[in-house]
Design a protein around this ligand. Structure first.
Ligand SMILES: O=C(O)[C@@H](CO)OP(=O)(O)O
Length: 244
């Protein structure tokens, strides 16, 4: 049986400020640092060991991974970073306060921007300071590949390209893997693994800093999944919806 551990980064400073974050590279909050430390301690206590780690090029996910690996005394394992595991690009909403945006555009519009699989948030303009295509970390993107705004389907496409090209192969070759990523990146991955059609994923909110374990068969089809807390396995659905 194959196991993969997914973990959403710990709470970020923009989760606290309730801002649309996307590809903005914000730090973990004090609580987020502590969530990551606890996650590492829980994984160690439960006997988990990893051979390799995968994360995005954003410091809230990288930092979470580093803290987890430090707690587990596994800082030496190979780490693979890719923009394909970045959070969903939130376009021109990045930086705006979610509650203020709901007052301005209406709750329903904001719900669609946040949770619809098909609707994209307003696009970023290429002249906007938040358009960071020239940042060195994005130099491997092809011309036009840097997103101006993504819906969940767009995110799912790139996450699955990376999953199938890199992570699935590592899992199939027997490597024990942890993936430290983001709320919507992991929702996209869960949508794929559990074959959740259409907008069925809309109500799934993955909590920050809690290991989510997927047990998979040889074909990487899920057998079962659960969160890992201080007292052991926590069935999915017992976490309150996360709004950050
Ligand atoms: O702002 C974001 O990038 C994400 C994750 O925090 O938010 P949401 O839950 O609205 O998709």
């Amino acid at each position: 049986m194959i196991k993969v551990v997914l973990i959403r980064h710990g709470q970020s400073v923009w989760n606290v400020e309730n801002r649309f974050t996307g590809w903005t590279d914000v730090d973990l909050s004090a609580d987020g640092l502590e969530e990551a430390r606890r996650a590492g301690a829980v994984l160690k206590k439960r006997g988990y060991v990893f051979d390799a780690a995968y994360t995005s090029v954003l410091k809230r996910a990288i930092g979470t991974l580093w803290i987890v690996l430090r707690e587990m005394d596994l800082m030496w394992i190979p780490e693979h970073k890719s923009w394909m595991l970045n959070e969903r690009h939130y376009g021109a909403l990045q930086g705006l306060n979610k509650a203020e945006t709901a007052v301005r555009y209406g709750e329903e519009q904001v719900r669609l921007w946040r949770r619809s699989v098909h609707i994209r948030p307003p696009a970023l303009d290429r002249t906007d300071d938040r358009y960071e295509a020239s940042d060195p970390r994005y130099r491997t993107l092809q011309p036009g590949e840097y997103p101006l705004a993504e819906n969940l389907e767009d995110t799912e496409r790139r996450v699955l390209t990376y999953w199938q090209g890199e992570i699935a192969q590592a899992l199939s070759s027997g490597k024990r893997i942890i993936v430290a990523a983001h709320g919507n990146t992991l929702r996209a991955l869960v949508k794929h693994l559990d074959q959740i059609p259409g907008d069925g994923i809309a109500d799934l909110n993955i909590p920050t800093g809690v290991p989510l374990v997927y047990e998979l068969d040889d074909q990487l089809v899920p057998i079962r999944h659960y969160y890992l807390g201080e007292d052991g396995e926590i069935p999915d659905g017992t976490f309150p919806a996360h709004t950050g």
